[in-house]
Design a protein around this ligand. Structure first.
Ligand code: AMP
Ligand code: TRP
Length: 356
C-alpha cells in the first residue's frame, strides 16, 4: 500500500536536511531552556548540519535596554558554546547580522493571514490585557520566526513545547507560499515545492519544564521569583537551595507514570531528573518510587550540580572575553548570509521582483 505523502515531502529529496533553532537573548537562561532546547541542539550535531541563532530581532518585540541586550546576546552565545555546540562545524550567529531574515519576514507577512496570527496564544499571553499597546512586532513575530527557519529551508526544528503553535504556523506559511506560487516555482525549475514543511522536534521528558514554585506554570525567564527557576549560571549552593525549596506534595514518590501524571510538582522534578540523567522517567521511578522527597531532592541536587556546574563556570569564563564571542558571531553570520542570500534570490524570482 502506498502511503499518502504530504506535499512538503514531494521535493524533500532535493531539499537538504538541516536543523535550525533560535533562543531569545532576554536574560536568565534557565533549566527549561537547557533541557527543552539547548541540550537537544547539542545532541543533533552528530546527525545534521545545524544553524543555531541568537534571535535578537525577536527580543526587541518587547522593550530591551540596549546595554542589557548586548550583554544577553553574548551570554546566550556563551551558553551555546559552554553546553557543547561547536561553532566551527555548525553555524552560531545573531539574527540581526543577517538582513535576509527581516527581508523574508516581510514577504511572509504578506502570505500569512490575520486570522492565523489572531489565534496565537503566545501573543495573547505576552500582550496581556493592554493589547492596544503591544508592538506590531510582537503580533507579527511568528512570520519572522517562519522566515528564520525557511530562509535556510531548514527541515527540522528542535524547540520546547511552547513553540509548537508557532511551528505549525511556519508550516502553514510554507504551504501557502508553495501553493500561491506553484506555477512560478515549476516554471523556474525549482521543483514541485520550494519551502519544506518543517518538522518540529519536540520530545523527551522535559519539553515543558514547570516552575519550581508552581507545578502548573511554565519555568520562565520573566518570573518575578528567582526560586521558580534554576539559572544556567547558578552555583552549587543556589541550586541546592532552590531544589530544597521546590514545591512538592506530602506523598512519597509514586512508582508508575500513571500516578505521576496526577501530581504536577512530582512529575516536573522526575522529568527534570530524567532529562538531566538521559534516562526515561520510568527508570527514574523504578529507582526512586516509594522514596521520600527529601532523598529524591538530594539526588536531584547532586545530579543538577554535576551537569550544570561546569556549564555555568564555562559561561562565566567565556563572557569575560567579549571580543572572542563577537568573532564567533561575525564568522557564523557570514556563513549564514551566504545560505540565506541564495534562498532570497530564488524567492525574489518566484515573487516576480526585479534583481541584479
Ligand atoms: P526563549 O527563551 O523563549 O527564546 O526559548 C528558547 C527555547 O527554550 C525554546 O525552544 C523554548 O521552547 C524553550 N523553553 C523555554 N522555556 C521552556 C520550559 N519551561 N520548558 C521547556 N522548554 C522551554
Ligand atoms: N520563538 C522562539 C522562542 O521564543 C525563538 C525563535 C525565534 C525560534 N525564531 C525561531 C525557535 C526559529 C525555533 C526556530 O523561544
Amino acid at each position: 500500500m502506498t502511503r499518502r505523502r504530504n506535499p512538503g515531502e514531494l521535493s524533500m529529496a532535493a531539499i537538504k536536511e538541516r536543523v535550525f533553532s533560535g533562543v531569545q537573548p532576554t536574560g536568565n537562561l534557565h533549566l527549561g531552556n537547557y533541557l527543552g532546547a539547548i541540550k537537544r541542539f547539542v545532541d543533533l550535531q552528530t546527525k545534521y548540519d545545524c544553524i543555531y541563532c541568537v534571535v535578537d530581532l525577536h527580543a526587541i518585540t518587547v522593550w530591551q535596554e540596549p546595554d542589557e541586550l548586548t550583554k544577553n546576546i553574548r551570554e546566550v552565545t556563551a551558553a551555546f558554546i559552554a553546553c557543547g555546540i561547536d561553532p566551527k562545524r555548525h553555524i552560531v550567529f545573531n539574527q540581526s547580522q543577517v538582513a535576509e531574515h527581516a527581508e523574508l519576514a516581510w514577504i511572509f507577512s504578506c502570505v500569512a493571514r490575520m486570522g492565523w496570527l489572531n489565534r496565537m496564544t503566545q501573543f495573547k499571553e505576552k500582550a496581556g490585557k493592554d493589547r492596544e499597546n503591544a508592538s506590531v512586532g510582537l503580533y507579527a513575530y511568528p512570520a519572522l520566526m517562519a522566515a528564520d527557519i525557511l530562509v535556510y529551508r531548514a527541515t527540522h526544528v528542535p524547540v520546547g513545547d511552547d513553540q509548537k503553535q508557532h511551528l505549525e504556523l511556519a508550516r502553514d506559511i510554507a504551504q501557502k507560499f508553495n501553493n500561491d506560487f506553484a506555477a512560478q516555482i515549476a516554471k523556474l525549475g525549482l521543483g514541485q515545492v520550494f519551502f519544506p514543511l518543517t518538522e518540529p522536534l519536540i520530545s523527551g521528558p522535559a519539553t515543558r519544564v514547570m516552575s519550581l514554585r508552581d507545578g502548573t506554570k511554565k519555568m520562565s525567564k520573566s518570573d518575578a521569583s528567582d526560586y521558580s527557576r534554576i539559572n544556567l549560571t547558578d552555583g552549587a549552593d543556589e541550586i541546592a537551595q532552590k531544589v530544597r525549596k521546590a514545591r512538592t506534595d506530602p506523598e512519597p514518590l509514586p512508582s508508575d507514570e500513571e500516578a505521576l501524571a496526577r501530581r504536577p510538582e512530582a512529575d516536573n522534578l522526575v522529568g527534570i531528573f530524567a532529562a538531566l540523567a538521559d534516562r526515561p522517567k520510568t527508570a527514574v521511578l523504578a529507582e526512586y518510587g516509594g522514596a521520600q522527597f527529601a532523598r529524591f531532592k538530594d539526588a536531584l541536587t547532586e545530579l543538577a550540580v554535576e551537569k550544570l556546574g561546569p556549564i555555568g563556570a564555562e559561561m562565566k569564563r567565556l563572557v569575560q572575553d567579549p571580543k572572542h564571542i563577537d568573532s564567533i558571531l561575525v564568522d557564523g553570520a557570514s556563513r549564514a548570509r551566504k545560505l540565506a542570500a541564495e534562498t532570497m534570490k530564488h524567492v525574489k524570482d518566484i515573487v516576480g521582483f526585479v534583481r541584479d
